[in-house]
Write a protein that binds this ligand. Structure first.
Ligand code: ADP
Ligand code: MG
Length: 246
């Protein structure tokens, strides 16, 4: 198998706060990795390290087989940050314009061909918001915005989707539909790394789980995670409530 992301003994601190300590793990092409852990356990930081948004203090990160600091093919990655759906001050662009921005990585000097426009239209249809293409992104609900951002990633031909708690603030029905969409995309071969606070959702969907609380408590297939004590151990020190929705 080909590693899309490879972390080797990675440590990262914010000043005196160690957020990620000595984590080694890899994400293989086509897998669906669920990243779980209590609040403040380093999930967002770890995702940022994976994508080269933070440089590790110790250890190394490879992205698509290259040292992450040398990686420059951002179009291969669709990243939706933790605050993406709730952020108010977005640019007043339509869904179609937003998704078109994802396509510019492939269009020389910003000139879009008919084929680029067709790719944009396809991406918008794929995520099920064709009827919203001419609406402003700022007018969409959280779940619809999430879909627009995924469409933008698809239009850029991303083969890795990195999602940080994408359904916070999204109603249950839209959330289920959104996760069904992720399943379809994963079936089509897109690699997914998903941070999700609802453990039940992740264990239903992901093929492998990484469970962290600063250090890695578990990394392996979902079944062995469910059977292990990793979850209780990782959450144990924090006293946070676990949410099982089944
Ligand atoms: P999670 O996503 O699991 O909630 P984070 O990666 O956001 O965790 O945070 C991990 C730890 O790092 C926490 O203790 C948090 O307070 C701290 N932290 C996160 N971002 C910053 C920052 N920009 N500056 C200082 N500390 C931070
Ligand atoms: Mg976070």
């Amino acid at each position: 198998m080909t590693s899309i992301i490879d972390l080797d003994h990675v440590t990262f601190s914010y000043g005196d706060t160690v957020a990620v300590r000595d984590v080694s793990l890899s994400v293989e092409a086509g897998e669906f990795l669920g990243l779980v852990g209590p609040n403040g356990s380093g999930k967002t930081t770890l995702l940022h390290l994976m994508l080269g948004l933070h440089a590790p203090d110790e250890g190394t990160v490879e992205l698509f087989g290259q040292p992450v600091e040398a990686f420059d093919d951002g179009g291969r990655i669709g990243y939706v940050s933790q605050k993406a759906t709730s952020r108010g001050g977005a640019m007043p662009v339509t869904v179609r314009e937003c998704v078109t921005m994802g396509r510019f990585a492939h269009a020389g000097h910003g000139r879009l061909t008919d084929a680029d426009r067709a790719t944009v239209a396809d991406a918008i249809e794929t995520v099920g918001i064709g009827d919203l293409a001419d609406r402003l992104v700022t007018e969409l609900s959280g779940g619809q915005k999430q879909r627009a951002y995924i469409a933008r990633a698809l239009a850029s031909d991303a083969d890795l989707l990195a999602l940080d708690e994408p359904t916070v603030g999204v109603d249950a029905e839209s959330r289920d539909a959104f996760y069904a969409l992720l399943d379809d995309l994963n079936d089509d071969g897109i690699t997914i790394v998903l941070i999700e606070h609802d453990i039940g959702v992740v264990t239903d969907r992901a093929s492998r789980i990484a469970c962290i609380n600063t250090e890695l408590y578990h990394h392996g297939d979902t079944e062995s995670f469910v059977e292990s004590d990793a979850l209780a151990e990782a959450y144990g020190a924090t006293g946070q409530v676990l949410h099982h929705h089944h």
